[in-house]
Design a protein. Structure first.
Ligand code: GDP
Length: 298
């Protein structure tokens, strides 16, 4: 799938250069840096990260006249440097089953992402089991069953409203009995009652640790790129609720430019395991820092 669309109006850098010349230049002065910073903030990178990037670009270059091509390269380099260290596929362990807990607010794309991941792991020859741990939302359970069918992966479900931790335990037993490589556990995403959610997640972890003291091996937080800066507060919230080990950013196929990913990487440094680029089963890509940076600067 293609990297995210550049922002309308010629991308972040394009809009800073207006002029009749074929390759207009602008001096890297305070006014230019301020414009650049505004563009970065508008692209969802957040003030802190925008300031840091702008300062890095300015360093040793004040007063120099740069073309838009040069500035694009400088900016893409800065962004790729921040993002390079977080672009990492989901690590696979020899442990069977590897337990992946999937958290995030409702609507972020948890169900879809679990389906896409299951399909990718199946294609790689892995034996996968899914547990529909959001037992309160009947629609979520049904959706997960549909995704399980598409991916050719069994989905463990429990009666509506039953204890997600006991389902998780049963899923551990099944995954072990099946010799599954991977168990993915969906969870509830109701942030309305954080205390409840925290206890629910903690109980799931406690119970699966009875079967494997090292589980879960990964806790994936799924974030929706279209929520912009909200993604930052979601990371903060979920890190208090669970031991988040990595991120998946969804909906990067739409108009969302994904600048918030730069802010996330800069602030938290959590690995970005994959990006969602559509609603279909194959619409999950590895995150590539260079491609992403190029698409973003436009
Ligand atoms: P959940 O409530 O977190 O489980 O979210 P869902 O997986 O049900 O996704 C919510 C909506 O977002 C659904 O309509 C999905 O089709 C859609 N969605 C999920 N991931 C992506 C993505 O990468 N791109 C697009 N365009 N839509 C997505």
């Amino acid at each position: 799938a293609p990297p995210p669309e550049p922002a309308p109006g010629g991308g972040i850098v394009g809009r800073l250069f207006k002029g009749a010349e074929a390759e207009p230049r602008r001096a890297l002065d305070d006014a230019m840096l301020e414009d650049l910073e505004d563009m970065l903030v508008q692209a969802d990178m957040g003030v802190e990260t925008a300031l840091r990037i702008t300062a890095n670009i300015a360093e040793g270059r004040m007063g120099r006249r740069v073309s838009s091509t040069e500035l694009k390269e400088l900016l893409a380099e800065e962004i790729a440097r921040i993002m390079g260290s977080v672009a990492r596929p989901l690590p696979l362990y020899p442990k069977k089953p590897q337990v992946v807990l999937v958290v995030g607010v409702n609507g972020s794309g948890k169900t879809t992402t679990i389906g896409k991941l299951a399909s990718q792991f199946r294609a790689a020859g892995k034996n996968v089991v899914i547990a529909a741990g959001d037992t309160f939302r009947a629609a979520a359970v049904e959706q997960l069953q549909v995704w399980g069918q598409r991916a050719g992966v069994p989905v463990m479900v429990a009666a509506q409203g039953s204890d997600p931790a006991s389902l998780a335990f049963d899923a551990m037993v099944k995954a072990e009995a099946d010799g599954a490589d991977l168990l993915m556990i969906d969870t509830a995403g109701r942030l309305q009652n954080r205390q409840d959610l925290m206890e629910e997640l903690a109980k799931i972890v406690r119970v699966i640790r009875k079967k494997d003291p090292e589980a879960p091996h990964n806790t994936l937080l799924v974030l929706d790129a279209t929520t912009g800066q909200n993604a930052l507060s979601q990371v903060e919230t979920f890190r208090k609720l669970a031991d988040v080990s990595g991120l998946v950013m969804t909906k990067l196929d739409g108009t969302a430019r994904g600048g918030v990913l730069v802010a996330l990487a800069d602030r938290f440094g959590l690995p970005i395991h994959a990006i969602g680029v559509g609603e279909q089963i194959d619409d999950l890509d590895a995150f590539d820092a260079r491609d992403f940076a190029r698409a973003l600067v436009g």
